[in-house]
Design a binder for this molecule. Structure first.
Ligand code: UD1
Ligand code: CA
Length: 460
């Protein structure tokens, strides 16, 4: 049975990025470039996926896990040399091998599938995926003969003036007959401007051996772009962002300003949700239907149920149930679980806490390490005092409790159902069901204090 194989080249350092981070680990819309490539390949039908690693090998392995096999390229002697390192794993395979780079993050599975179909239909020994670049600088050029047949690929640094003027570029994606690929790779030499073993030389070698080599030209250059520097990283991010936002709009999500809304590739959003400008939805966030996500909100790795309103707030690693709302200017820190129809108002910070259905925390409050029941009213400026300087302690507040404004609840603490805490109290002892706790000095009024003043304010 002929097999279908993929090789991903990801061993380069990416000098042009000027970064401590290896090139293929730079992120676009929340995911590393090499992972974008792998995710698309996984949607085609492959028997073997092998990634060539070198610089940052451990980090790349950690990122991709067991979704691919790996081979090590100890010295980065060029793309041809990189592919040759896979010979122990793939050299004996009969079938087709797709080669891609880890720095071309925008290719879509449909395009790769079209390339395969074209390659199979033509029956050539190799097919190069090409596109027309408005500015081909930096790419290898596809050189065709008088009647349009593929002759070779010439790299930018080795191109004559005439060759450099060609706008049809090598996208760095190819399908080869596997055996022919490895035979040709052994003939590649490094006598070129960069002293590298170019994979691209395989095309000319196959041609000269009398084999048929074809090219499949894709229509959308932007999908084929390679990311070698930060400018290209920003351009690719923009293309990816537009693609993601268009997908959500197709699915029934309203964007007030899609050009200025930043959504990571794995985020899910339900229909009829409205998203205002400058919103950032990151990581594995899931947003339900009929939500309103107001301007400048940031939501990371959180689950927001249907009908939730988020107004200019920051939510991380938390969840909000149906009909709840938050903001403006509030913050859910990790492990906050917000119940149905809960209201969290202005300047409220919640951390590692559960808040029961219909509870209201309207203003200027910190809730940390706490479990709040249902139908509670938390007044303005309440502090859950959860930290004694060494350890964190928990508070448990029952259902239907009324917590007066400007109270401190010093944990560990249990406040039972239907109890009351008077405004301005510092509560250090548990409160029983139906009781009211007051913990503040009684007010005393000093009668006719004015008379005791040595200088009256109006004397000044
Ligand atoms: C390469 C192509 C060029 C094409 C362009 C498309 C070659 C010689 N040139 O150029 O024709 O237009 O991609 O984007 O193939 N890598 C290794 N080991 C190495 C060298 C590179 O694994 O020894 C990896 C890199 O990590 C990268 C990929 O191969 O992911 C491509 O290398 P890069 O240096 O970016 O090639 P380009 O100059 O972009
Ligand atoms: Ca590149």
């Amino acid at each position: 049975m002929p097999s279908r194989n993929t090789i991903i080249l990801a061993a380069g350092k990416g000098t042009r990025m000027r970064s401590k981070l290896y090139k293929v680990l730079h992120r676009i819309a929340g995911e590393t470039m090499v992972e974008h490539v792998l995710t698309q390949i996984e949607q085609t039908d492959m028997d073997h996926i092998v990634t060539v690693v070198g610089f940052g090998a451990d980090d790349v392995r950690k990122q991709l896990g067991d979704r691919t096999q790996y081979v090590m390229q100890e010295k980065q002697l060029g793309t041809g040399h990189a592919v040759l390192q896979t010979e122990p794993l793939l050299g004996e395979e009969d079938g087709m091998t797709l080669i891609m780079s880890g720095d071309t993050p925008l290719f879509r599975a449909e395009t790769l599938q079209k390339l395969f179909d074209y390659h199979e239909a033509k029956g050539d020994v190799a097919t190069v995926l090409t596109s027309i670049a408005p500015d081909p600088t930096g790419y290898g050029r596809l050189i065709r003969n008088d009647i349009g047949l593929v002759e070779k690929i010439v790299e930018q640094k080795d191109a004559s003036v005439e060759e450099a003027a060609v706008q049809e570029i090598n996208t760095g994606v190819y399908v080869f007959d596997n055996k022919a690929l490895f035979d040709a790779l052994h003939q590649v030499k490094n006598t070129n401007a960069q002293g590298e073993y170019y994979l691209t030389d395989v095309i000319e070698i196959l041609k000269q051996a009398g084999e048929r080599v074809g090219a499949y030209r894709m229509s959308d250059f932007s999908e084929s772009m390679g990311v070698n520097d930060r400018k290209a990283l920003a351009t690719a991010t923009k293309v990816m962002r537009r693609r993601i936002n268009e997908m959500h709009m197709t699915n029934g999500v309203t964007f007030i300003d899609p050009e200025n809304t930043y959504i990571d590739v794995n985020v899910k959003i339900g229909s009829d949700t409205i998203i205002e400008p400058n919103v950032q939805l990151k990581g594995n966030t899931v947003i339900g239907e009929d939500c309103y996500i107001g301007a400048n909100s940031e939501i990371r790795d959180s689950t927001i149920a249907d009908g939730v309103t988020v107004t200019s707030s920051f939510i991380e690693d938390s969840d909000m149930a149906t009909g709840s709302n938050i903001g403006p200017m509030s913050h859910l820190r990790p492990e906050s679980h917000i119940g149905e129809d809960v209201h969290l108002g202005n300047f409220v910070e919640v951390k590692k806490a559960t808040i029961g259905n219909r509870t209201k925390v309207g203003h200027l409050t910190y809730v940390g390490n706490a479990e709040l029941g249902t139908d509670i009213n938390v007044g303005c400026g309440v502090v859950f005092v959860n930290y004694d300087g060494v350890n964190k302690h928990d508070s448990v507040i029952g259902d239907h409790v009324f917590i007066g404004s400007n109270s401190n609840l010093v944990a560990p603490l249990n406040v039972a159902d239907h109890s009351f805490i008077a405004a301005g109290s510092t509560i250090t002892n548990d409160v029983a069901k139906h009781d009211m706790a007051i913990a503040r000095a009684r007010q005393t009024n000093k009668a006719d204090y004015w008379a005791k003043l040595p200088h009256k304010p109006e004397d000044k």
